[in-house]
Design a protein around this ligand. Structure first.
Ligand code: B12
Ligand code: SF4
Ligand code: SF4
Length: 361
């Protein structure tokens, strides 16, 4: 591995890079890829600063790390010239009419779609590394450092700037044809990309897309393609989505069931309803996802994100009393690992109690 001080910039043309990415992304099942030239102003950075200042980060310590690099990667990596950004679909469908309050729903449907198969931190990261390896074979001198979630990057901001989609009122990055069921990952590189717009306006097209978008991206910071729709705000069971935009993670079911491992704030357990791990409500109701579900797009979603066959052996009641060893054997390398055994037991207990209360009401 090269030392940072030995990395020098390498120039590549936008069209050449796009052609390389098109070939590599198809092979490695990445659905969207783009690039942002550095340095780049982040038009939504004030949202991020305000989010932290208001405590909306729910004490998630990892999002407060390295704030300077999060706003400007050059602070930590002065050699960097661009961020490559990748999107990978994890679901095809978003049925709007799911009723998770029913007792006989299988437990995997109570898990957010992103978390039903293998861990995307492994799957997507490996795919990005393969793409980077392919690029390195064609571009001598390339230095690239991939990350998904773990690095100090506002991934949605880069995805928006690179033309991968727009930012919705549910705060998600939404591609006009693929919807928001996409994981994002980045690679910081030493590539100076000739012909790439300097920003900070979002680009009209990404460098690669498995399907082309229908219209130009929303250009102003405040605008998006949500229009007058407020379906996600209305559907959120905990009012975590703020009327002025943004999300208060202290109230988000995703925080309670994943990050806080089942630790709902006092008096608010009933709001978890029938959800076991994560929450898809503000995406399931989104018209962009409804349209995406009905659309045939080339290339399949990665099989690794489908429900794992071994999960079908278990019931919700089994999860209430799953022991630590069984948890470890079954859920290693899956997103459920993050809940820890006690967290998953507690989540399952809350769901069972909520379903019983509903039935007896
Ligand atoms: C912390 C975190 C969380 C927290 C806080 C989420 C949040 N909205 O802030 C919690 C635990 C709640 C969470 C939940 C989920 N997360 Co999360 N999370 C992250 C993480 C690690 C950091 C996000 C962050 O910095 N938030 C701070 C806020 C201020 O920034 P932001 O959310 O990126 O929002 C930006 C823009 O959207 C814009 N903005 C914010 N609000 C609005 C509103 C409007 C109208 C506009 C125009 C712009 C705008 O400003 C921000 C700065 O650019 C990222 C990975 C990463 N490194 O970026 C994944 C990430 C955002 N999560 C992801 C996923 C999949 C989820 C869940 C769907 C999981 C689930 N099913 O339970 C939910 C979705 C909840 C939701 N509606 O956001 C994906 C999102 C992919 C996508 N298509 O957008 C990411 C990118 C992970 C990944 N590598 O794929 N997450
Ligand atoms: S993930 Fe669920 S709880 Fe969180 S903002 Fe969306 S609808 Fe609300
Ligand atoms: S549900 Fe409506 S308001 Fe929310 S993100 Fe989708 S289009 Fe935008």
């Amino acid at each position: 591995m090269r030392r940072p001080q030995d990395i020098t910039e390498v120039t590549v043309g936008r069209a050449d890079l796009a052609a390389l990415l098109a070939g590599l992304c198809r092979v490695h099942r990445i659905d969207l890829a783009g690039a942002v030239a550095l340095p780049c102003e982040q038009p939504h950075r004030r949202r991020w600063q305000a989010w932290l200042a208001a405590g909306h980060h729910a004490e998630l310590e990892y999002v407060t790390r390295d704030p300077a690099a999060r706003q400007d990667p050059l602070r930590r990596s002065p050699w960097a010239r661009s961020v490559l950004i990748f999107g990978q679909r994890y679901t095809k469908g978003w049925p709007a009419a799911e009723d998770l309050q029913l007792r006989d729903t299988i437990w995997t449907e109570r898990v957010a779609r992103y978390a039903r198969g293998l861990d995307y931190h492994d799957v997507l990261l490996k795919d990005i590394k393969r793409v980077v390896k392919g690029l390195a074979a064609a571009i001598p001198g390339l230095a690239a450092f991939p990350a998904t979630d773990t690095g100090p990057y506002l991934e949605r901001e880069y995805a928006w700037l690179a033309g991968l989609g727009f930012l919705g009122k549910n705060t998600c990055l939404i591609h006009e044809k693929l919807g928001s069921g996409l994981f994002l990952g980045v690679a910081l590189t030493n590539l100076r990309i000739d012909g790439l717009p300097p920003g900070p306006e979002p680009q009209a097209e990404p460098l690669y897309a498995v399907v082309p978008r229908r219209r130009r991206p929303a250009r102003s910071v405040a605008a998006s393609h949500c229009g007058s729709c407020t379906a996600c705000l209305a559907a959120c069971p905990t009012e975590a989505l703020l009327p002025e935009g943004g999300l208060d993670a202290r109230s988000c079911l995703s925080t309670w069931t994943i990050e806080w491992q089942g630790r709902a704030p006092a008096g608010r357990r009933a709001e978890q309803g029938g959800l076991l791990f994560g929450c898809d409500i503000c995406q399931s109701v989104c018209p962009w996802n409804q349209r995406a579900a009905g659309r045939e797009v080339p290339a399949e979603v990665r099989g690794e994100y489908a429900v794992l066959p071994a999960h079908a052996e278990l019931t919700l009641a089994d999860l209430v009393r799953i022991d630590d060893a069984d948890f470890r054997a079954r859920f290693r390398r899956t997103p459920l690992w993050r809940a820890h055994p006690a967290g998953l037991r507690r989540n399952a207990g809350v769901v069972v109690a909520n379903l019983a209360a509903k039935e007896n009401a």
